[in-house]
Ligand binder design. Sequence first.
Ligand SMILES: Nc1ncnc2c1ncn2[C@@H]1O[C@H](COP(=O)(O)OP(=O)(O)OP(=O)(O)O)[C@@H](O)[C@H]1O
Ligand SMILES: [Mg+2]
Length: 224
Amino acid sequence: MSFLVELNRVTKSYKTGNSEFYALKEVSLSVLPGEMVAVIGASGSGKSTLMNIIGFLDRCTSGQYLFSQQDVSQFNEVELAHIRNQKIGFVFQSFFLLPRLTALQNVMLPLFYRETAPDRAKETALAMLEKVGMAHFAGRRPNELSGGQQQRVAIARALVGNPDIILADEPTGALDSKTGQDVMDLFLRLHQEEKRTLILITHDSRISQLCGRIILLKDGCIVL
Ligand SMILES: Nc1ncnc2c1ncn2[C@@H]1O[C@H](COP(=O)(O)OP(=O)(O)OP(=O)(O)O)[C@@H](O)[C@H]1O
Ligand SMILES: [Mg+2]
C-alpha cells in the first residue's frame, strides 16, 4: 500500500528579528491510508504547525510533502485550496461552526463550495448528521447546542465531502471528559468501521492510547 501522507525533512521556520525560530525541524513522517495517528507533545512543540502543513493551511519552509504521491510543495494557492476542499476534513478545538447557519446548513457548506446540487447536498448532509447522532438537531443553530453536540456537527461537516483524511486539532480540548469520550468513540467508530484515516492532536494520554500509533513532538522534532 502506498502512503497517503509523506513528509520528507519538512522544516517550518519563522524569522524573529535577525534570528530564525524553527517550529518544525526536518520532520519526516509517513501515514498509510486507514491509520489512526495521535500527535502529542508539550505546548509549543509544533503539533498545530505540523497539522496545518499536512492540511494545506500552511506551507513548509523547506522539505518535501507528497500527498497521494503527488508533490504538493510546488502547488499554488488555488491548487492548495482545491485539494484542501476535496481531500481534507478538519475538526478544531473550538468547532468553528458559522453561528448564523443551522447545523444542517453548516454541514452543507463544503458541498456548497463544491457546487453540489442543493437537493443532493441536503440529503448528504442529513445522512452525515444522522451518522453522528445529530439528525434531530438539524434545524438548530450552534448557540442552541452543547459543546459536544457542536463538535459532532463539526465532525459531520468534516466528513460530508468524503475526505481522504480527517485532521483534528485537540477535538476534545473544549469538552468535559464524558463528552470528550463520546466524541472519541465517534472517531474510533469512523476508524474501525469505515477505515477512515485520522490524525488527531491531543493532550490527553487516555485518548492517545486509543490510537494505533502515537507521534511525540518535542521542540519541532519527532522524538517517538
Ligand atoms: N506565525 C508565527 N510566527 C512565529 N512563531 C510562530 C508562529 N506560529 C507558531 N509559532 C511558534 O511555533 C511553535 C509551535 O507552535 P504550534 O502552534 O505548532 O504549537 P502546538 O504544539 O500546537 O502548541 P499548543 O499545544 O499550545 O497548541 C510555537 O513556539 C509558536 O510560538
Ligand atoms: Mg496547537
